[in-house]
Design a protein around this ligand. Structure first.
Ligand code: HXC
Length: 517
């Protein structure tokens, strides 16, 4: 063999060692748990043949605990770039077969390199997490690398989309990188996220809890709001990451890509004419309204199982990506509470950061009453949503479907906080509060002194409803740009969106605002 051939062979051997990861037995164990390997995940995420690896030959520098006898090139994380439906992205996948995917100094710096390059080139980053956390043998060097990642996640926030896919353990401080990124996708049963595990919890608080109940996908998808999507397996999670990336711009200087549709923008939505029940207290499903309006009825709901009294998600209108925020009358009558406010506020800020117009569908009787809510800080949390809508400068389109009561009227992208196109259906009710409550307050004495209190109350309520339970007072004041027939909602919104696409709105220069976190 010539020396050139020898060198070539040496390179191939090194790459093969890197590709083999922790060896066949550990790969088999990974498969037996229903998990794909890091490389399989990377290949599935990216378009066929597009993956270009970086840092396959990086090695750890730890000399303690005999670590120098166990060096696996690549150091437990596969990193690089490739394309998703032709658009360039960066990605990394932790390799659980190498030291349990634990994050040591060099493993962490590989992720940092990807984040730096994504920021430099304005490309999204998708991280696939499957790790035992900080590599214990490397001590504080691991913690240092974690913090370097956190810093970069924060610096990239609002500049390039960041998506975390949790496909195994993600424990301790390791959770904070995904938590800072824009979207967390968890795989049911195999993904677990927690700050302190079941053992520590048992020792400290005496609570007995399983991995799954503590930090599984269902828990974070429905209880904590940490995760945005749940997938049933690795493939489903990866497909979701691809779908999400397709909707988004590559960075904050771009608009999201259009998605051509054959659904006519002037399609009439006749089903909407009868969707609001005759009885004001009767619920309906706002998801039916959303799918009627959007292109091809397609809606990617975000955090579908958490704070279900508000619905958020993405779709297209006239081929443009839009974010939708909608009160859900089916749950808690669509009231705003702490979780709903947090959920929608973060979504509105994401849309604003990445030039995604926001469509708000409003049917809200107000903020949820109760000591739980007050003591939990509904004032502070509700203020986030108000802040987020007021701060957003992307096109904002609001349709009042039914109730728009009290502070919630102001908060939900009203004209006063700079909604660009605000309309109501004829069923809209814009008032300080519902008729029943209002009559009790302003006519208290009158009802008390009436010969027939019940009759008087009913008469006054009807009177109040006639005066205020409609959209015409607001339309007369110019708070609404129009009152429209429900059947023309898609057409009118699509036209308004087209008109608003080039909208420019400036805010005073400042370091940053002080959102009430
Ligand atoms: C080094 C680790 C490791 C770690 C796992 N391994 N976690 N090596 N550092 N943190 C190694 C194991 O030694 C083992 O090596 C291999 O990975 C697979 O681990 P197993 O335990 O055999 O697998 P499993 O039974 O599936 O359990 C997985 C696990 C468990 C639940 C993740 O390994 C575990 O609890 N690890 C420790 C988790 C932890 O406490 N991490 C620190 C959290 S604090 P061999 O050679 O036997 O295959 C933290 C701070 C972050 O992360 C700070 C940021 C601010």
């Amino acid at each position: 063999m010539s020396s050139t051939e020898q060198r070539l062979q040496d390179l191939r051997n090194r790459k093969a060692r890197s590709e083999a990861g922790g060896g066949q037995a550990r790969v088999d164990a990974q498969h037996n748990r229903g998990k794909m390997t890091a490389r399989e995940r990377m290949e599935m995420l990216l378009d066929e043949g597009s993956f270009q690896e970086i840092d396959a030959l990086v090695e750890h520098r730890c000399r303690d605990f005999n670590m120098d006898t166990n060096i696996i090139p690549g150091d437990g994380v596969v990193t690089g770039h490739g394309t998703i439906n032709g658009r360039e992205v960066f990605a990394f996948a932790q390799d659980f077969t190498v030291y349990g995917g634990s994050l040591g100094e060099m493993h962490g710096l590989k992720i940092c390199k990807v984040l730096d390059m994504a920021l430099k080139t304005g490309r999204p980053v998708i991280g696939m997490n499957d790790s035992g956390g900080a590599r214990i043998q490397e001590g504080v060097a691991s913690l240092g690398s974690y913090a370097e990642i956190f810093f970069r996640n924060v610096r990239a926030s609002g500049v390039v989309p960041q998506i975390s896919v949790i496909m195994g353990p993600c424990a301790g401080g390791a959770v904070y990188s995904p938590a800072i990124t824009d979207f967390v996708i968890m795989v049911d049963q195999t993904a677990h996220m927690f700050i302190t595990g079941p053992e520590v919890i048992k020792t400290v608080t005496n609570e007995v809890v399983s991995f799954e109940d503590l930090g599984g996908a269902m828990t974070h998808g429905s209880k904590s709001g940490v995760s945005h999507f749940t997938a049933s397996d690795d493939e489903g999670a990866i497909m979701l990451a691809r779908e999400l990336t397709d909707l988004l711009p590559q960075n904050n200087l771009e608009r999201p890509p259009d998605k051509k549709t054959s659904d006519p923008i002037d399609r009439m939505c006749d089903a909407l004419d009868t969707i609001i029940p005759d009885v004001a207290t009767k619920p309906y499903d706002v998801l039916d309204v959303i799918s009627e309006i959007l292109d091809d009825g397609a809606f990617l709901e975000v955090q579908a199982d958490w704070a279900q009294n508000i619905v958020i998600g993405f779709g297209h209108l006239g081929s443009h990506t839009v974010g939708v925020v909608a009160n859900q009358p089916k749950v808690l009558a669509g009231c705003l509470d702490i979780d709903a406010s947090d959920k929608a506020a973060r979504f509105v800020r994401f849309c604003d950061a990445f030039n995604i117009p926001i469509i708000t569908l409003e049917d809200v009787p107000g903020f949820l009453p109760g000591t739980n809510q007050e003591w939990g800080g509904i004032i502070r949390h509700g203020a986030k949503l108000l802040y987020a809508f007021a701060e957003a400068t992307v096109p904002k389109l609001t349709v009042i479907l039914r109730k728009a009561y009290g502070g919630a009227y102001d908060v939900m992208s009203s004209k006063h906080i700079r909604g660009d196109y605000n309309v109501a259906w004829p069923t809209g009710e814009l008032a300080v509060m519902g008729a029943d409550g209002a009559v009790e307050i302003i006519h208290k004495r009158r009802i008390a002194h009436a010969r027939n209190a019940e009759q008087e109350r009913a008469r006054l309520t009807e009177d109040f409803n006639e005066k205020f339970a409609n959209p015409y007072k607001a339309a007369a004041l110019g708070y609404l740009d129009d009152v429209i027939e429900p059947n023309e909602t898609r057409r009118r919104l699509a036209r308004a969106l087209e008109m608003l696409l080039d909208k420019e709105e400036l805010r005073p220069a400042r370091k940053h605002g002080n959102i009430p976190l």
